[in-house]
Design a protein around this ligand. Structure first.
Ligand SMILES: *Cc1c(COP(=O)(O)O)cnc(C)c1O
Length: 462
């Protein structure tokens, strides 16, 4: 299996190379050259198997010869062993025809654990085999950083450095990053905003001497291996509602478009998905684009669902690649126009997107109302991101086709917003109830490239 760039001008890579590289050299994102198919019999055979076994069968055709079957099974087992629910991704019923896929039973209580835990184990395996080490550097506004630290803590071949804006992440998010005791974990609180943290990470990747010297690697949401890991739960949840003999639809709380794009891949593999509904908060560039064709960033207004507060949705480029009939040149042109302020999706491409995707928007008051009303109607306490999904799903669902809304984080990760909306204080799950007592360890650092690079070099020398 070869991987090609959405912009059509980077060398094609193996799965392992694409995973370790992240972004393609022409600025594009990697995609498989062709999409493996699952027959109805293959899909039906997923009924009743463990999440790990389903993960193996769904992902195996994508990885080529990166790992033997036994190695890959071991990687998957280790990745999901730390989840707090035997089903890994359990499905709950909210109302007749409306279901909630709980993706928050991983170690940091957000769906990002599904991909990050897997990628951690895959990195460790590949690097040990090649005798190499890497330094993973990332910027976070909260969820990605905690998921990355949790996935890479204690692994031998990796140091993980996460920059977060000092004083601007929730207490649960901060403690998840600062309390791991392993020496390869480095939480850095930068004096600045999230944009500063992200800009310094980009600077480091552009400083080639530094980049090569410390063997920098990235695990942000454009990494193909992360998308792939997320394809699995579309299959497991649809099968438990009767697929492939019955169609289902999904609503996905969306920011960078990684999660909902995984649903698109599942559909192209043969899973009978009727609609994929993109749910946005007040930062609604994707809803506007799917409604009008115009893709034009206009700033971010902070919301109570902060993991969806985006200006530019990086994985949307992958959907555009297919909408433009796999024409990398056309995608590259739109991305050039984006640098100058925005672009308008061609009529043909917009029609292609609408064959699969619907969209909806949920403002702050509607988010709070969805938390309150869902609690009253079903006793399910939603995090604000999941509430955005439930609100949009209610408007978009059609008779006769079950709707599955993805619950992307645990309510206890965003206790203030949940309590304000519902009057209920969401408790942390038992297994992390002592989070508030654990010792914190963090390095406060200036928003200064040289200072950050010096610190990283010193830390990895030990
Ligand atoms: C990252 C995140 C999202 C958005 O997912 P994308 O793949 O970026 O679209 C939604 N909800 C939560 C809780 C998240 O952490």
């Amino acid at each position: 299996m070869k991987y090609i760039s959405t912009r059509g001008r980077a060398p094609s890579l193996s799965f392992e190379e694409a995973m370790l590289t992240g972004l393609a050299r022409d600025g594009g994102l990697y995609l498989p050259e062709s999409i493996p198919q699952m027959s109805h019999a293959d899909i039906r055979a997923l009924e009743g198997v463990s999440y790990e076994e389903a993960a193996f069968r769904v992902m195996r055709p994508f990885i080529g010869d990166a790992f033997t079957d036994a190695e890959f099974r071991g990687i998957i087992e280790r990745a999901y062993a730390g989840f707090g629910h035997a089903a890994r991704a359990p499905l709950k019923q909210l109302a007749p025809g409306h279901f909630l896929l709980e993706l928050f039973h991983g170690p940091t209580l957000a769906f990002k654990d599904f991909a990050m835990q897997l990628i951690g184990q895959m990195f460790e395996f590949s690097l040990k085999r090649s005798g190499k080490r890497v330094s993973i550097v990332g910027a976070t506004s909260g969820d990605t950083g905690s998921a990355a630290i949790e996935a890479f803590r204690g692994l031998d071949a990796v140091d993980v450095f996460i920059l977060y804006p000092h004083g601007r992440v929730s207490e649960v998010q901060r403690r998840q990053m600062t309390t791991p005791v392993e020496g390869n974990v480095h939480a850095l609180a930068i004096d600045g905003h999230f944009d500063d943290a992200q800009a310094r990470v980009k600077d480091m990747f552009n400083d080639f001497e530094f980049r090569d010297g410390v063997r920098l690697a990235g695990v942000n949401s454009i990494n193909w291996a992360r998308v792939l890991a997320q394809v699995v739960y579309y299959f497991t949840s649809a099968v438990s509602l009767g697929a492939p003999d019955r169609k289902v639809s999904f609503t996905v709380p969306t920011g960078n478009f990684g999660d909902v794009f995984a649903g698109y891949i599942a559909k192209r593999m043969g899973l009978p998905i009727e609609r994929l509904v993109v749910a946005t908060n007040q930062n609604d560039i994707l809803h506007r684009c799917l409604s009008t064709g115009a893709y034009r960033p206009d700033g971010v207004a902070p919301s109570i669902s902060p993991s969806m507060d985006i200006q530019v949705s990086s994985n949307f480029e992958r959907a555009l690649y297919y909408a433009y009939g796999q024409d990398g040149g056309a995608v590259a042109q739109e991305m050039e126009a984006l640098k100058a302020g925005g672009f308008t999706v061609s009529q043909g491409a917009l029609e292609a997107l609408r064959e699969t995707f619907d969209s909806g928007r949920c403002d702050e008051d509607q988010t709070r109302a969805a938390i309150r009303e869902t609690w009253a109607a079903s006793g399910e306490l939603l995090c604000p991101h999941s509430a955005v999904g439930v609100h949009v799903a209610e408007a978009e669902r059609r008779a006769g086709v079950p709707m599955i809304t993805l619950a992307t984080a645990h309510p206890a990760k965003f206790p203030a917003a949940v309590e304000e909306a519902s009057g209920i204080h969401p408790p942390l799950p038992e297994r992390m109830a002592d989070l508030y007592e654990r010792q914190e360890r963090v390095t406060r650092i200036a928003n200064d490239l040289a200072a950050i690079e010096t610190l990283i070099k010193e830390r990895i020398a030990h």
